[in-house]
Structure formats: C-alpha cells, structure tokens
Write a protein that binds this ligand. Structure first.
Ligand code: RIB
Length: 370
C-alpha cells in the first residue's frame, strides 16, 4: 500500500502543498474555509505527516532526550515517570537512555541524541567529564541536569539537599547513642555522593566526634555492579557474580576490630548489599546493626524491620526538570529552583545503641508477607 503524500492531500483539497504544510505546522495564517478543506482531506486520506518533514519546517522534532544512569534503580524509574508525565502534556516525546553509570555509554547516547536533533535534554550525568555534553551546551541545546552535576557544565540543576539529608540521617543515629557509624559512600565521581559524605562529616563534627576514615568505604551504587573500584583505591568488585560491591564493602566494615553499630547506606541499591550480608551473617537489624538508607523506595516499608530512610521527592524531581526544560525550549528566562527538601522517614531499622550488640540472633526476617 503506497503511503499517502502531502501532494495527495493538496490535490484532494484543491490547494498547494505549501498551504497543506502551513495548516499542519501552523506556520502561516490560512483562511478558515481553506483550512477546513485541508483538514477534511487529511482525515479522508488518513494522511500521517512525516515527523522529519515537519521538523524541517518547524525546526523542531518535538522530542527531548532523558538520560539516566541506572534503570534498575527505582529512583530513576520514578524520575522517568515524572518527566514523561509532564513532557507529554506539552506534546513532546521522550527518547529514554540508560548509561549504567558508564561514561562511554553516556558519550554514545549523547551522540545519538544530537543526531536526532532533540529539542532539549534532561540528564543525570555519570559525573565524569563529557565532551559531548559540553558540545551540546555550547551549541545552545537546552540542557537540564537532574540529581547530579557534571564537570565543566553550566546548566541548571534540579536536585535535592543531599548534604542536609545525610546530616539529618547521621544526627538521628547520634541521638540514638551510636558513635561508630559506618558510611557506604557510593562513588566520588557523583556530586550526590560527595554531598552526602560531606553531610556525614558535618554531623559527626557537630557532635565533636572525630571521623574514623576506616568507617567510610566506597561502594558502587548499582546493585548489579561488577565494577572494580580500584579507581577509588579500594577493590570491592564482587568476587562472584551474585554479590554486589556494596556487599563486599559492608563486609569490610563488619570485619573491623571495632565494628560500627550503625550503617548509613548512601543509596537504596547499596542498601541491598548490606541486607544481603546481614542475612548471611544472621545479624539481626536493628538489634545487631542499625541501618538507615538515603532513598525511600516502595519496598523499604515492606521489609521487617521496615527501613528508616531519607526520602527524595523523586517523581517531583522529574516533573520540575521537565517543566524547566519546556520553558528553556520556549526561550523563556527560567532557572532551577533551590534544592528540593528531603524527608527523614523513621521506621524500624534503627535502635538505641546498647553496648555488646549481638552478632547472632534471628535472621533478618524475610520481606513481610503483607
Ligand atoms: O539511588 C539514587 C540516588 O543515589 C541518586 O541520588 C543518585 O545520584 C545516587 O547517588
């Protein structure tokens, strides 16, 4: 079946192809009677305007790029939901890319998106310098950073108060009497992780507690990470294909002669490695180890004990970033809001410090059946 062309529509409506194009793209005034004839011809022939042809006329593809760094992390899927719901309100479509925290993939996707002539970009960057991203910004492509910054990139950032959230989390543990608090700190290339580490340090300083650097261990923030962390001077890559780097990083804290009584996991995926190790060692939570997580995830409340978290407004982050990008695409003078607030959600996974924490006892109970 041959594809209906703009020429067919023009002939049926008795107008020029230029008139049909002006009606479709609203690029020039067309008399109501003529416009109606064209629309009726389009309807009768079931004409599907070529997106490429339209973009040549309107200089817009009506598409934006959304680049996230770990699709397996529910934080990013919630962000994607917020972006898509908002973007689609403005008749834009989203091209979704997942870099898996890999700078090489990030560059490849940015090259692809540039070739697709996207109208704008929302990106949670890997945090490693990106020449492609610099080129896009310098070329005037509207770019909104979400969650994290990228070296050398001057673009609005829609993010949260990572430092304040980490400070709250550690102060909460201190107020419970914990003095040796382990931090599984993610990767230093991520501005979010650097901010959380800084909040951790500030909280200890506020309590006049010297920071024991042995209690701070980097961990890959992806659950299925096979990344060798040698780049950060510590190799906690999973030595088997089943356990993530955070599992091994946490074991290092547990093997300290003076182990921590509480753990602060810098994101939800790192927390999974902690829970795996606690279960394997039959170490009860919170009786044997208190645990607090940066990120609230649906399953956090379903665990037994239900997990105490620092909640990020993930869906709202996506919405705010999308609204800002639409404003920039329209050429409006717009800027990012201040960091969105986070919220400490106290559930059951932290307990008051008591000397002689048990290292045995009931397994970390299974996910509650409810
Ligand atoms: O789990 C996602 C969160 O952890 C995000 O803030 C991301 O930057 C990582 O730090």
């Amino acid at each position: 079946m041959t594809r209906v062309s703009i020429k067919d529509v023009a002939e049926r409506a008795g107008v020029s192809t230029a008139t049909v194009s002006h009606v479709i793209n609203e690029t020039r005034f067309v008399r109501a009677e003529t416009r109606q004839r064209v629309l009726e011809a389009i309807e009768a022939l079931n004409y599907q305007p070529s997106a490429i042809a339209r973009s040549l006329v309107t200089n817009s593809t009506q598409t934006v790029g959304l680049v996230v760094s770990d699709i397996r992390n529910p934080f990013f899927t919630a962000i994607a939901r917020g972006v898509e719901d908002e973007i689609s309100k403005h008749d834009y479509h989203t091209i979704f890319c997942d870099t898996d925290e890999e700078p090489v993939r990030e560059e490849a996707y940015l090259k692809l998106l540039a070739a697709r002539q996207i109208d704008g970009l929302i990106i949670a960057p890997t945090g490693v310098y990106s020449e492609r991203l610099v080129q896009m910004v310098n070329a005037g492509v509207p770019v909104v950073l979400i969650d994290r910054t990228s070296p050398g990139i001057e673009a609005p950032l829609v993010g949260v108060d990572n430092e304040g959230g980490a400070y709250q989390a550690v102060r909460y543990l201190l107020d419970l009497g914990h003095r040796r608090i382990g931090l599984l700190a993610g990767l230093e290339t991520m501005s979010t992780m650097r901010a959380r580490l800084y909040g951790y340090r500030l909280a200890l300083e506020s309590a006049n507690i010297p920071v024991d650097e042995d209690l701070i261990v980097p961990a890959d923030p992806r659950f299925d990470s096979k990344l060798n962390l040698a780049t950060s001077g510590s190799d906690f890559s999973g030595d088997d294909q089943e356990t993530p780097s955070s599992y091994h990083a946490f074991q290092r804290l547990l093997d300290l002669p003076d182990r921590p009584s509480a753990i602060f996991a810098a994101n939800n995926q790192i927390a999974l490695g902690v829970l795996h190790a606690l279960k394997q060692r039959n170490m009860p939570c919170p009786a044997g180890m208190s645990l607090i997580i940066f990120d609230d995830i649906d399953w956090a409340a379903l665990f037994s004990p239900a997990l105490t978290v620092v909640r990020q407004p993930t869906y709202e982050l996506g919405q705010v970033a999308a609204r800002l990008l639409i404003q920039l695409i329209r050429g409006e003078a717009a800027q990012a809001p201040p960091p969105l607030p986070v919220e400490l959600i106290i559930r059951e996974s932290c307990a008051r410090f008591t000397p002689g924490y048990s290292t045995t006892g009931p397994m970390v109970r299974q996910l509650s059946k409810t």
